[in-house]
Ligand binder design. Sequence first.
Ligand code: ATP
Length: 248
Amino acid sequence: TQVENVLEVNNIEVIYNHVILVLKGVSLNVPKGGITALLGGNGAGKTTTLKAISGLLASERGEVTKGSIKYRGLDIQDADPAETVKKGVVQVMEGRHCFEHLTIEENLMTGAYTRTDGNAAIAADLEMVYNYFPRLKERRKSQAGYTSGGEQQMCAVGRALMSRPETILLDEPSMGLAPQLVEQIFEIVKAINEQEGVTFLLAEQNTNVALRYAHYGYILESGRVVMDGPAADLRENKDVKEFYLGMS
Ligand code: ATP
């Protein structure tokens, strides 16, 4: 059976401040219900690609100047980010971005602000989030600013889940976390993918961990896709091993 691509990025070019060309024709497909990894080093354009999809580029003086981005066949490249959230796509930004002065639970509830399906459904989803992240339940009354980096990353993913997304764009979940915690976060991503059917597009510099959890990967270098393939193939690829997995 043919897998449906929920998201199709076709040959996009992104320019910041009208002059700085950062994406030079990036194309990628994100199949429904999969985990797709966007890999590459610092400055390769991963974050820019995610922001182009979620509509967050405009606030950084960036714009898509060529190509198209379709979600479920609808053009979203110049859409208002809030409209894109309503369509089911939510971005978890790099560096977590919790509201420091709100409690963990208040942070999670901010994720539900666009919902119109009532308090019972929202309360049920809060329980669902606490099920995936028992640690957040323990810390629910703590001010987010006083929680650990790992807890804030969990909070950011939990908040995204509270909008009942179909697709999560997850930027650099491993950043700044100890290896054991990175593994834990990816295990939870996998569980959410399998049990809730949430589609993931995740940007990662940690190629090793990303390719163990993703189904498919794209490697970006200087704003271009230089390689893509099933994660299992990329893990065995000679160049990937040499340049990205640190074992030639
Ligand atoms: P990182 O892991 O460091 O975030 P990345 O692969 O996500 O790397 P981007 O953040 O997309 O890369 O950055 C790609 C390029 O675009 C970099 O050269 C960066 O300096 C540039 N860039 C990013 N944001 C802006 C901006 N707001 N204005 C100008 N240039 C930018």
